[in-house]
Design a protein around this ligand. Structure first.
Ligand SMILES: [Zn+2]
Length: 253
């Protein structure tokens, strides 16, 4: 029941996250103007803006000009619905904890989208995200101290990687957006999870990079948007990070 409600809530939030992904990297308002068809600029009316359903009813085309609507929009809505439902099903049913987890999930969806689209991780998401993560962590696990330590650890570890990379190769291999994003992840999940997230993200990035290179889609030199892997790894750590860490530590009694 709670999962079904979270799914519907996620669909609606996903619709708003689509707007954030499209507008925030360009510094545009997410409130005004209302959504318009990118082809004919006709404002989209509320009954054509129902998550997923409107896309299906319209056959994936604008009502006015019949130009195709990107399948991205219903996909982001559906993905947010599924992630929200999985989050409330997995985590203990405590209101503040779930609210924090859903906010974190929504921020990760936006960062995934903007990094995938334009290789940017906007400050207007990461910096308020750090503040929200620290404040909400004061009332829920991992606690205020762990959250502040997590913010510092997330920023410092990637600043160090960035500095080392530049020293070795002479080029900037990583943007400061990644640094602020891992700081935000540390604020939400605490310092213990920073290493877990970095490990999972690097592993996923290496695997995807190798798969794309093997498929002839990209060369090994192609830069992959690391923020997309950080987002996926952070959501995984939100759900099973503590289990992973316990298991890993049990290997070295
Ligand atoms: Zn149109």
């Amino acid at each position: 029941m709670l999962a079904a409600l979270a799914f519907l809530f996620g669909l609606a939030i996903g619709s708003f996250l689509n707007v954030c992904i499209a507008r925030l990297p360009a510094g545009e308002s997410v409130v005004r103007p209302g959504s318009r068809c990118p082809a004919c600029r006709t404002p989209i009316r509320w009954f054509d803006n129902i998550p997923v359903l409107s896309y299906l009813l319209l056959g994936g085309r604008c009502r006015q000009c019949r130009s195709p609507i990107s399948v991205r929009y219903p996909l982001v809505e559906l993905a947010t619905g599924v992630l929200f439902a999985a989050t409330v099903s997995w985590l203990p049913p405590e209101p503040v904890l779930l609210g924090k987890a859903l906010l974190f999930t929504a921020l990760l969806v936006v960062l995934f989208g903007t990094d995938y689209d334009v290789q940017r991780l906007p400050d207007v998401i990461t910096l308020p995200g750090i503040a929200a993560g620290i404040v909400l962590s004061a009332a829920t696990p991992p606690g205020l101290f762990d959250a502040i330590m997590g913010t510092a650890a997330g920023a410092l570890v990637l600043l160090f990687v960035r500095w080392g990379w530049k020293r070795m190769t002479g080029v900037d291999g990583m943007g400061l957006g990644d640094v602020k994003m891992l700081a935000m992840i540390g604020a939400f999940l605490g310092w213990r999870q920073v290493g877990v997230v970095l490990f999972l993200a690097s592993l996923a990035g290496a695997l995807v990079g190798l798969l794309l290179a093997a498929g002839g889609r990209r060369s090994l030199q192609t830069r992959l948007p690391f923020g997309t892997f950080l987002a996926a790894a952070a959501w995984g750590a939100l759900l099973v990070g503590d289990n992973l860490l316990d298991w890993y530590l049990s290997l070295y009694p």
